[in-house]
Design a protein around this ligand. Structure first.
Ligand code: 16G
Length: 249
């Protein structure tokens, strides 16, 4: 059955059934739950929904806005409304210094990366300060969209001193695996986590709506000698992750 057939008003729209936008919202919710409108499918345009249900466009818009707020539907600029893919949230421990690849492997998921930048660059001021480098220093920088089980999870930009990672092209899957092989895997890290709203470009790469909630995590990691080995900023989809810390007295 097509979405528009499913929305024919016979059988669900009822004069005495309460506010009409609420009835339409429930109908759309059941269409999403039953799979008539599967994840990533587009919703029929407002105009068509209004025609078939004989409801006003204002009523249709109100029902859709509520589903957007609930996170069931997302609006993509210029291309309409889509059923959102629902993520099962993941828990990540805040007490173990693990890599993304290891975290996902533990859940039986394969990781892939889309490379956005990978090479040797002149360090920015923030990188020089964070990595304790002098003016004019070069660094290895890798910027990637990290996917697990084919789904975008995080955007991650890592900067490392060149003597820690002389050849960034060596990193094809796991950065920590390469560092481990070269005897420079960090042993300690400090993370700062903040809530953000994802800007248009980042939201687009992560397949969420502009302004969607995200988590920004800055990790500074250290070698046993105390030297800074890595400065990484990760932007996680807010709907994908729970970070869990264990506390002891
Ligand atoms: C994690 C780390 C990141 C590290 C990466 C290495 C957080 C917030 N960040 O994503 O700092 O660079 O793992 O992963 O956990 P890889 O070895 O799979 O490339």
């Amino acid at each position: 059955m097509s979405a528009i057939e499913f929305l024919r008003p016979e059988g669900w729209l009822d004069e005495s059934g309460g506010p009409r936008y609420v009835q339409l919202r429930h109908r759309l919710e059941s269409g999403i739950e039953s799979g008539v409108m599967p994840p990533n499918s587009s919703l029929p345009p407002e105009r068509e929904i209004a025609e078939i249900t004989e409801l006003s466009r204002v009523t249709v818009r109100k029902a859709i806005q509520e589903l957007v707020r609930e996170g069931l539907i997302e609006q993509r600029q210029g291309s309409g409304s889509f059923v959102r893919e629902r993520m099962s949230r993941m828990e990540q421990s805040l007490s173990h210094l693990t890599s993304f690849t290891e975290d996902m492997a533990r859940r039986g998921m394969k990781t892939t990366s889309r490379w956005l930048e990978r090479g040797v660059f002149l360090a920015t001021q923030a990188e020089r300060e964070g990595l304790d480098l002098t003016d004019g220093a070069e660094i290895a920088r890798i910027y990637r969209l990290r996917e697990a089980g084919g789904r975008p999870m995080a955007l991650e930009r890592a900067s490392l001193p060149l003597d820690i990672l002389p050849n960034p092209l060596e990193v094809t899957t796991s950065l920590y695996e390469v560092l481990g092989r070269n005897g420079v895997r960090p042993v300690r890290a400090v993370q700062k986590i903040s809530a953000i709203n994802l800007a248009a470009r980042e939201a687009d790469l992560l397949s969420v709506a502009e302004g969607a909630a995200g988590l920004s995590i800055e990790r500074t990691s250290y070698l046993a000698s105390g030297r800074v080995a890595e400065l990484t900023r990760s932007l996680y989809r807010g709907d994908a992750y729970d970070f869990v810390a264990e506390l002891h007295l």
